[in-house]
Design a protein around this ligand. Structure first.
Ligand SMILES: *[C@@H]1O[C@H](CO)[C@@H](O)[C@H](O)[C@H]1NC(C)=O
Ligand SMILES: *[C@@H]1O[C@H](CO)[C@@H](O)[C@H](O)[C@H]1NC(C)=O
Length: 399
């Protein structure tokens, strides 16, 4: 018998690795707009396992940060340099200076590089008891990411010159762990053949009527339905509650939002009831919470706003993306709600010329919170940061 050729062994090993990867990482998110940074993760007992697939042959950074910035963050940096994998646990102080943790809590599982990408797999305990690390909890966290075209040895221990960003994620999202009962009913709110213009940014608005009427139900889960191939085109989706005094004449009509010719009915849709953004997974409400539909006080008409991002000005794109809402008549203890906080960006929001940096702060006062909720009864399930920018100046927002 002829011996197995080395490439056959290698192929077998790769296939094995691919199967293992999909088994142990039920969650996936693309962290950047260019789809160069992919994060996969999954729970392993008291630890969380991560796999980063990043379009670079230099170093890759990943971290958790309270404010989404580089200050006081928990960071891990790794890569493959001269055929040798490396992975180190760092933190930054309040001045964003990167320091190596005396206690190393990230365990490298494997690292590899092909001609375009670096792949790093590592794991970490949810609670490391290291004051330099952030605990991983059920809450939404700000994940920060970075990559550089050089490896750490060559680029030095700083993040300058790296491509980087931040994203809000629920790392312990129960989404995939929970088996959806087949009996769960759902309805879809999807765009119908929207001709996406060959321009950078389009907000498309479409009215829908909630098909569940006459009896209270709870929406327990919302899943994005992104048309295949449009994963980078559909940037975010918002669902607004509109006036209940509308009639069916406004349905089946889509139009560009924030446009002089948009129908008056669109102006009645003010309250956001659901939000999804690129790279995000579906959203599962906690087991004791649901979004109420079906009663007179609940949304009857909703407006779905889809933000299309077409930086290459591709022509002829037709989109049918949207949302799938799962609902049940088995009511939960609490109704879910959405609090919007932030800063209204208006024409009077001036950024003085020549400023290298300008902070705009939005505050939700205690009085304002008390008006909408009994604080002791309120828990934040998830949060999402969305900026609509109509200005072209370079600026930085902090929330
Ligand atoms: C390199 O790995 C990445 C991530 O697994 C993959 O998407 C890409 O296709 C690979 N490239 C080549 C040339 O094999
Ligand atoms: C529906 O609403 C439109 C606009 O508000 C109005 O012109 C029309 O008469 C209404 N139709 C019915 C059947 O109520």
């Amino acid at each position: 018998m002829r011996p197995l050729r080395p490439w056959a062994l290698l192929l077998g090993a790769l296939l094995g690795a691919a199967a293992a990867a999909s088994r142990s990482y039920p969650h996936v998110a693309v962290l950047d707009g260019a789809a160069a940074y992919r994060l996969l993760w999954g729970r392993r007992g008291s630890a969380l396992a991560f796999r980063l697939e990043v379009r670079t042959r230099g170093y890759v950074g990943f971290g958790l940060s309270a404010g989404g910035g580089m200050a006081s963050a928990d960071i891990v940096v790794g890569g493959v340099e001269g055929g040798q994998p490396y992975l180190q646990d760092y933190h930054t102080d309040e001045n964003r200076v990167l320091k190596k943790d005396p206690q190393q809590d990230y365990r490298l599982e494997y690292a590899m590089e092909n001609s375009t990408h670096t792949i790093l797999a590592f794991s970490r305990e949810l609670h490391t008891c290291d004051p330099n690390d952030k605990s991983i909890t059920e809450s939404t966290v700000r994940v920060i990411w970075a990559y550089h075209h050089k490896d750490l040895g060559e680029a030095g221990q700083n993040y300058h010159g790296s491509t980087r960003g931040t994203k809000s994620l629920r790392l312990l999202n129960p989404e995939k762990a929970e088996v959806s009962p087949a009996s769960l009913s759902y309805f879809d709110l999807t765009n119908k053949d929207v001709p996406v213009p060959d321009k950078d940014t389009t907000y498309w608005c479409q009215m829908f009527k909630i098909p569940v009427q006459h009896e209270k139900h709870h929406v327990t889960k919302v899943q994005p339905l992104i048309q295949k191939g449009h994963e980078n085109l559909v940037h975010h989706i918002l669902l607004y509650q509109c006036s209940s005094n509308l009639n069916d004449s406004i349905l089946d009509y889509g139009h560009e939002c924030y446009h002089p010719n948009m129908p008056d009915s669109f102006f009645t849709c003010e309250t956001v009831i659901f939000a999804w953004a690129i790279g995000g997974e579906g959203f599962t409400y906690p087991p004791h919470v649901g979004l109420s539909i079906g009663t007179a006080a609940d949304p009857q008409f909703v407006l779905m706003e889809v933000h299309y991002d077409n930086p290459t000005y591709t022509e002829g794109l037709i989109d049918n993306s949207g949302l799938r809402l799962f609902y049940t008549p088995v009511l939960r203890k609490y109704d879910a709600g959405v609090i919007e906080a932030g800063l209204w960006v208006s024409l009077f929001h001036n950024i003085p010329p020549g400023m290298p940096e300008f902070v705009s702060e939005g505050h939700c006062t205690l009085e304002c919170l008390e008006e909408v909720c009994v604080l002791s009864e309120t828990r934040v399930m998830s949060d999402l940061l969305i900026f609509k920018m109509f200005l072209t100046s370079k600026k930085k927002f902090q929330m």
